[in-house]
Design a protein around this ligand. Sequence first.
Ligand code: GLN
Length: 475
Amino acid sequence: MNLHEMTAHELHELLQAKQISSAELTADIFSRIDAVEDKIGAYITLTRDKAVADAKAVDEKISRGEKIQPLEGIPCAVKDNICTKGIKTTCASKILENFVPPYDATAYGKLAAQNPVLVGKANLDEFAMGGSTENSGFHVTRNPHNLDCVPGGSSGGSAAAVAACEAVFALGSDTGGSIRQPASFCGVVGLKPTYGRVSRYGLVAYASSLDQIGPITRDVTDCALVLNAIAGRDEMDSTSTSADVPDFTKSLVADVKGLRIGLPKEYFVKGIDADVETAVRSAAKKFEQLGAQVTEISLPHTDYAISTYYLIAPAEAATNLERYDGVSYGARVDGADVVEMMTNTRTEKFGAEVKRRIMIGNYALSAGYYDAYYLKALKVRTLIQRDFVDAFKTVDLILAPTAPTAAFKIGEMVSDPLKMYLQDVCTVPLNLAGLPGISIPCGVTKDNLPIGFQLIGKALDEATILRAAYTYEQA
Ligand code: GLN
């Protein structure tokens, strides 16, 4: 097997045993990037020189006979809305095209403390708004399984980099599905942690009450290792939780006997692709064979999740994106006076989808509409949260499709925002409820495109999700 195809935990063994060097591994990843990146377009920025230097430092440590940490010397990608000190962080937006953060996001800083080798900053939908990576202000990313298809989004660059072996693992962010849906479209593992499990400090804000950073990996073991590295309370993010962080590798136990798993009937929605439904239902069967108890459950307010999300997320986005005014951050387009300068900057530098959401958000928040839209959405959010609380009285985990279809064709939906939004039906409810969820590959469609299913857990119970995911993967 080629080095670039291996998992982080396999590579760690080889590194520690001095059977390979991080320099060799990093060179192998970059030759893979040189061979395929033209076609895939997973990255916005490559950090080749830094990677070579960092790999060398790890090799020196190993040659001194020192023990290395689990992710030390392993090449990774980071979504380009996660701040990296001294390295451009663009959010795939022209407005931040040349923005170089003066500090690291906490999650990246914690990861960097393990000395992985950063390969580059991965493409995304502008400001993480989208589900296909077609909204990037720079270029489209293609699905490694079929270059005519999208990789999903908004962490499409991160998922495509891992699937195309241009990185061993990646960090993504998930506001309404942006880790899980691209993971499912690209045939890899993606985990959205519980809201608050991972610090949002230095994650460029899209919708602050929903955003979470999480791992995109080749397997469940790597997912646990990356979550171990990034989780935990951070004084710089008051919404981060001080709950204990377990060692998630302890969850890598193949045993689901007696585990109660619920299949929410509302997630097998009208319009779900037949291949997806078959694959997800057979994953549920597999759990039954492995000793879990699978029952049908109901999450009755699921129907309202899309409308609720597409009011709350744009409302928060409209507020968060006010700061891009041509003064404090990023690009400026001059004008006759300050108002014209701000207007010109925002008109020219924001893409169409970002503008659409700023308008929807400001509309929903404006006097006279606030009660009818934003406040109503907050109330429905509570109902959706309660659905989960009720469901978790009788089950330990919820199993559902990650998305109603596999990857779609590039260009197929981009002109129909509503159709694109409806794609998020299975992923946004978790963000509204703050719950953790993982997407695990479970087969392919007739056209050979990956399918993923989702395991949803109770708040802060990533451990059970990882145990079940690991059990399924081993089987
Ligand atoms: N597709 C969803 C959206 O466009 C989710 C995006 C995300 O999770 N960042 O808002």
